[in-house]
Each structure stands twice: as structure tokens, then as C-alpha cells.
Design a protein around this ligand. Structure first.
Ligand code: SF4
Ligand code: SF4
Length: 188
């Protein structure tokens, strides 16, 4: 077990730790770029998925741990499904993010990840998105109490947002779907 409080200049042990936790072999990547060509989020990243893999191969851990890529990756796993070497790229990125958190790297995209968590909680509870519930949950959590409130009357007039949450028909089925999704993500 490596000491994660060590300097990030100790790149090799951290890369081994990423490999150990994610169960992936970073050296197996041969830079075909397929992961990047299918990634819906890469336009917002500083390093595309295949470049991030290359950084790890070169031992440039600090760039990876500080990257917007680690912060913004959607964890959609498209890259993992398309990799001809069956590398779970999403797991590598997710693990790098977890290690960055443990080492105290600044979380620059906290609001975005909070929104994602709130979105999923909301769908799990209501069966589909209850926009008004998500808006109020997010504004309270971020303490931006009036954020986007000016849009609410217009959205309500156009019936794009509803005060009363939708009724979920089969709560057990929705919980089962979320359980399966969470299970599929293990051991990340
Ligand atoms: S698809 Fe796989 S092999 Fe190709 S660049 Fe991405 S991680 Fe490397
Ligand atoms: S898991 Fe992340 S890196 Fe992979 S395709 Fe989705 S957004 Fe892109």
C-alpha cells in the first residue's frame, strides 16, 4: 500500500495504485484514439482520454490528478466499451479522481458533480426528473438561493417545470435499476 500523502513526484507508486484499484493495465494502451473519438465529454476536457492514458504511461501523474478531465468525466463508460484492448478507461479516470480527492487536490468542479448527484437522486425518487425539486435541492446545497429562479415563471407557462412531482408507478423496479447500475460500477 503506498502512502498517498507523499509528493506526487513519486509518480510510479501512484500509477501502480491506479492500476491496482481500477484493475487495468495502463501500459496496454497503444494510443489508437478510439476512446477519444467516442467521448461525449472530451470537448470540455484539458486532456482527451487517450492523452490522459499517455500521460500516465509517461509517469506524469500530477497533470492527471489536477486535470479537468478527472473532474469532468461523465463516467458514461463509452470509452471503456469501445477500447480494442478492453481497457476500462472510465475506471482509470474515476480512480485517478478518487486518489486526487484523497491527496487533497482542489475540487474545481464541485457544483457540477453535485448537480449530477442531485439529478440521479431525483430520478431515483420520482421515476423521472422533477425539475423544480432538483432546482431547489441544488440551490440550497450550493447556497445560491436565487439561481435561475427568474426562469421559473416562463418554464411553468410552457409546462416545462411542475411544482408537483411526477408519480412513480413502480418504485421497486426503479430501485432495482439503480441497484444494478451501481453494481455494474463495482469495484470502482
Ligand atoms: S481506445 Fe484503448 S487502446 Fe485506444 S487509445 Fe484509448 S485506451 Fe488506448
Ligand atoms: S467515461 Fe468519461 S472519458 Fe469515457 S467516454 Fe465517458 S466522459 Fe469520456
Amino acid at each position: 500500500m503506498i502512502n498517498l500523502s507523499r509528493s506526487v513526484s513519486a509518480g510510479a507508486p501512484i500509477i501502480s495504485e491506479i492500476e491496482r484499484r481500477s484493475g487495468q493495465q495502463i501500459s496496454a494502451c497503444y494510443q489508437c484514439g478510439r476512446c477519444t473519438s467516442t467521448c461525449a465529454g472530451s470537448f470540455a476536457f484539458d486532456y482527451s482520454p487517450h492523452r490522459l492514458m499517455r500521460l500516465l504511461q509517461f509517469g506524469m501523474v500530477e497533470e492527471v490528478l489536477r486535470s479537468r478531465t478527472a473532474q469532468l468525466c461523465l463516467d458514461c463508460m463509452t470509452c471503456s466499451l469501445r477500447c480494442p484492448m478492453s481497457i476500462d478507461v472510465a475506471a482509470v479516470i474515476d480512480t485517478a479522481k478518487a486518489i486526487a480527492d484523497e491527496m487533497g487536490f482542489k475540487d474545481t468542479e464541485r457544483d457540477l458533480r453535485l448537480f449530477r448527484r442531485g439529478f440521479l437522486k431525483n430520478v431515483r425518487r420520482h421515476g423521472r426528473l422533477h425539475e423544480a425539486g432538483l432546482l431547489s435541492w441544488f440551490n440550497i446545497r450550493t447556497r445560491k438561493f436565487t439561481n435561475d429562479l427568474s426562469l421559473v415563471p416562463l418554464l411553468m407557462r410552457k409546462k416545462k417545470i411542475h411544482v408537483v412531482p411526477p408519480r412513480i408507478r413502480n418504485k421497486h423496479e426503479m430501485r432495482r435499476i439503480f441497484r444494478e447500475i451501481n453494481g455494474a460500477g463495482k469495484p470502482r
